[in-house]
Design a protein around this ligand. Structure first.
Ligand code: SF4
Length: 337
């Protein structure tokens, strides 16, 4: 069912204010039929039993209890191919986990790859926001995605259009540093800007630096930071003002994070105690972040997975649950400039 689409009010961003979402990541399965060249998250699915690692209700419940302050629960899943006999069971787990998260008084935000129209619509009734990275475009990405049919540009753009038609508040983003050119980045940002002007559903665009995997983190060099700062500034100029620009704070040196904010970042995304995609890159604690940013004149504020301007888009039950959690977050705001 299509809902009426009303673009959120511009001006949702405040100067010198940066947001983050207290988050817990649950992994329904790491089995994934894609094999992206940079991925250390996936495991190869066994042909006869691809979902052997499927997250149980009991494990999900234990994780929810262990992280009571997480208002957002990111359901981050490996993918089962469309048409696979295992697709229905995989999708049923996503629905069941979304319902479990809601029953626990939290808000699910699912990122599980491309979805059929009816799948996305069904998840959209349970998830106040969902996500799918555009990742990028251009010849440099082809070798990374040679064995990842889900990552074809037309598939990703089709998903963003589908989410727009359904009126779902949506998160997307670019993975930066895979060899793409500056021109490739600008074209990708212009495509996102075009989608936003048409549908108004892109609540945030993640500008995620690609980092090498290994036992130890490899911090961004000064030259890499300068290159990314230029892209952040370009994104701020190209994307409509209501689109939040997000940077994962564990992938950027804390000391120079204020420079990224000055360039246009206004959101630090969902922060769990660790990063399941980049486990070597430790998350800064919110108090440490708040302290560092306050020293540079920035106020760090918690938010829900769905940004405030998109709350009126939600079905009534989700809007009510979001309102309860938003009041709770506001009561907890203790940091100030
Ligand atoms: S689609 Fe995601 S989980 Fe699957 S291989 Fe690519 S990056 Fe990894």
């Amino acid at each position: 069912m299509l809902r009426e689409i009303r673009p959120p009010l511009a001006g949702g961003r405040c100067d010198r204010r940066v947001t983050w979402s207290p988050s817990l990541t649950l992994v329904p399965t790491r089995a994934c039929f894609n094999a992206c060249g940079y991925c250390s998250f996936r495991r190869s699915p066994e042909p006869e039993a691809p979902l052997t690692d499927a997250l149980s209700d009991a494990s999900a419940a234990a994780a929810l209890v262990a992280r009571p302050a997480a208002t957002e629960v990111l359901l981050l899943s490996g993918e089962v191919a469309p048409g696979s006999p295992w697709r229905a069971a995989w999708f049923a787990r996503l629905l069941a986990l979304s319902r479990q998260v809601l029953r626990a008084g939290r808000l699910p935000h699912t990122n599980a790859g491309p979805l059929a129209l009816r799948e996305m619509a069904a998840l959209g009734r349970l998830n106040p926001s969902m996500g799918l990275m555009l990742e990028g475009l251009g010849p440099a990405l082809e070798p990374w995605h040679r064995q990842a049919p889900s990552k074809r540009l037309e598939v990703r753009l089709g998903q963003l259009v589908q989410a727009g038609r359904l009126g779902l508040p949506f998160t997307t983003g670019l993975l930066l540093g895979l060899g793409e050119s500056r021109a490739d980045r600008l074209v990708a940002l212009e495509l996102l800007a075009h989608l936003q002007r048409r549908w108004g559903h892109l609540q945030e665009v993640i500008l995620q630096p690609w980092r090498p995997h290994g036992q130890a983190a490899v911090p961004l060099s000064a030259a890499e930071q300068a290159d990314l700062l230029e892209t952040i500034s370009a994104a701020r100029q190209l994307l409509p003002p209501e689109v939040h620009l997000q940077l994962p704070p564990n992938l950027w040196p804390l000391d120079t994070l204020p420079q990224a904010l000055d360039a246009g970042i206004d959101d630090l995304g969902g922060i769990d105690s660790h990063d399941v995609i980049n486990p070597a890159y430790g998350q800064p604690t919110p108090p440490a972040l708040a302290q560092r940013l306050a020293a540079a004149g920035w106020l760090l504020e918690p938010r829900l997975c769905v940004h405030e301007a998109w709350l009126p888009w939600l079905p009534l039950a989700l809007r009510r649950q979001a309102a309860v959690l938003q009041r709770r977050l506001r009561l907890k705001v203790a940091h100030s400039c």
